[in-house]
Each structure stands twice: as structure tokens, then as C-alpha cells.
Design a protein around this ligand. Structure first.
Ligand SMILES: Nc1ncnc2c1ncn2[C@@H]1O[C@H](COP(=O)(O)OP(=O)(O)OP(=O)(O)O)[C@@H](O)[C@H]1O
Ligand SMILES: [Mg+2]
Length: 259
């Protein structure tokens, strides 16, 4: 199910502004890759190009290639809606549909994709997805209650359940724990480690300990200055990035000596 990602000579624009320049990197299937770097260096922008969410912003475009298992995401015959189904995304703020029930939230993506699904299959999918997101035991007795009645950490796991219910090949997460307490954060990190068995996962985080705990590979992005594009400084095994990075800028950033 998991797929590899190959990014080749990618430049990302908002109108005339080049926000991210010349990215080359690969992400292996069944691994977790962390994106780290200072605010504004383009982590979220780059992440959104990996499932064609970037181009929904007027004037936003990319040059270069993003290949998923060798297929160019930006080829003219590729349907961006199909891409977003294949490559799920979890955002910084948990965003369940507030009035929708917990079960319907899990099924929302599947229904948006126009998949007809029997009642029995829907129930199975709800259970399987909530178990996958480590939330089943906490909500199994209130599946018909609104998603907004859950705690922040539970809502984020509900969003992860919604993302995995469509069985994506890749899961992109943009600071999924930044609004959560330490216990919910650890629950999400455990979940990421489990999901790695089936998915290719990319996570943006400002938390160095989190990157060190959950990721196999870490990519450090940086900005040369105001108005300059963000660049990928280096990507390597997480243990290397945190112990012996090649670049001084990486060393400065991870040791907190940055700016
Ligand atoms: N919708 C947009 N329109 C124009 N410019 C944008 C837009 N979104 C982001 N940018 C610009 O692109 C650059 C990269 O922003 P991005 O949000 O990707 O950074 P980031 O690394 O995710 O930062 P943070 O750590 O604060 O989330 C910044 O200069 C930002 O101002
Ligand atoms: Mg961001």
C-alpha cells in the first residue's frame, strides 16, 4: 500500500514569489520523514505540493517533478482529486466536522469520494479506522455523538481516522501535535510509529525531540534571508542529522543556536 516519493528539481511559487527552491529528495515507503526548519522556510508549502493541495491557492504553482512510485503527480492526465484521495493530509488544528457524528466524520472522506458503501461495511470501516487511530476504545459507546464533543487530542486522532479510512498510500501531517498536550502528543507519536507499517509518512514538526523520536529520516530546510526562497539544506537518517550533520546550518539549528 505504501508508496515511495521522488522529488526532482522542484520549485514552488506563489505568483511571482518563489517560496521554495530546487528541492531534490526521496521518501521511502513504510518510513517516517520529518521536515524541520525555521518558520517561513517553506515546510508547509512543500508538504502541500506532495498531494496537489498547493495549487488550490490562486496563483500558486510548481515547476519540477513529484513522482509517486515513479508516476508524475503533475502529469496532465493526473486528476488532482484522485491524488488527494491517495495522499491523505492531517493539519495542525484538528478539523473534524463539528456537527457531524464521530462515525460520520470517519466516513466523510469516503463519502466525498462518492464511494457507495453498505451499512455493514460502513460500520466495519468506522471500527477499523478508529482502531487504527487508537481511538476506538474511547469512543465506541458514543459513535453517534458530534465530533466536536471530543478533546483536542481525540479530535486529532479522529482526523487521522478520517484520513486513513480512505486507505491512502501516503499520509502527510503538518504539525499534528502542536495544539496538543504531552500525553495526547505521545499517543499520536505512538500511532505514527504503528502506521509506518502500512503507510509512507511525512510529518512537519517544530519539536526536535519529536522528530528524533518518530522519524527515520529528517530533512532540514532553511532560509538564506528575507524574501529568499526556502531550501532543503540536507536530508539524512535522523540519527545522523541529530548527531553528525554535514552542514553547519543544521548543527546550529538543532542545537538551538539558530538566529
Ligand atoms: N497563501 C500564500 N500566499 C503567498 N505566500 C505564502 C502563502 N502561504 C505561505 N506563503 C509564503 O511562503 C513562504 C513559506 O511559508 P510556509 O507556510 O510554507 O512556511 P513554514 O516553513 O511552514 O513555516 P511555519 O513553520 O511558520 O509553519 C513564506 O514566505 C510565506 O509567507
Ligand atoms: Mg507551516
Amino acid at each position: 500500500m505504501a508508496q515511495r516519493i521522488d522529488v526532482k528539481d522542484l520549485n514552488i511559487y506563489y505568483g511571482d514569489f518563489r517560496a521554495v527552491a530546487d528541492v531534490e529528495m526521496s521518501v521511502e515507503p513504510r518510513s517516517v520523514t520529518a521536515f524541520i526548519g525555521p518558520s517561513g522556510c517553506g515546510k508547509s508549502t512543500f508538504l502541500r505540493t506532495l498531494n496537489r493541495m498547493h495549487e488550490v491557492i490562486p496563483g500558486a504553482r510548481v515547476e519540477g517533478r513529484v513522482e509517486i512510485d515513479g508516476v508524475d503527480l503533475y502529469a496532465p492526465d493526473v486528476d488532482p482529486v484522485a491524488v488527494r484521495r491517495q495522499i491523505g493530509m492531517v493539519f495542525q488544528r484538528p478539523n473534524p466536522f463539528p456537527t457531524m457524528s464521530i462515525a460520520d466524520n470517519v466516513l466523510a472522506g469516503v463519502r466525498l469520494n462518492n464511494r457507495r458503501i453498505s451499512k455493514g461495511d460502513a460500520q466495519d470501516l468506522v471500527e477499523q479506522s478508529l482502531r487504527g487511530a487508537n481511538l476506538w476504545n474511547e469512543v465506541k459507546d458514543r459513535l453517534d455523538r458530534p465530533g466536536s464533543g471530543l478533546s483536542g487530542g481525540q479530535q486529532q486522532r479522529l482526523c487521522i481516522a478520517r484520513a486513513i479510512a480512505v486507505k491512502p498510500q501516503v499520509l502527510l501531517m503538518d504539525e499534528p501535535c502542536s495544539a496538543l498536550d504531552p500525553i495526547s502528543t505521545l499517543a499520536i507519536e505512538d500511532l505514527i510509529s504503528e502506521l509506518k507499517a502500512d503507510y509512507t509518512i511525512v510529518i512537519v514538526t517544530h519539536n526536535m525531540q519529536q522528530a528524533a523520536r518518530v522519524s527515520d529520516r529528517t530533512a532540514f530546510f532553511n532560509l538564506a534571508g528575507q524574501g529568499q526562497p526556502g531550501k532543503l539544506v540536507e536530508v539524512d537518517d535522523t540519527s545522523v542529522i541529530f548527531s553528525a550533520p554535514r552542514e553547519q546550518a543544521t548543527e546550529d539549528y538543532i542545537s538551538g543556536r539558530f538566529g
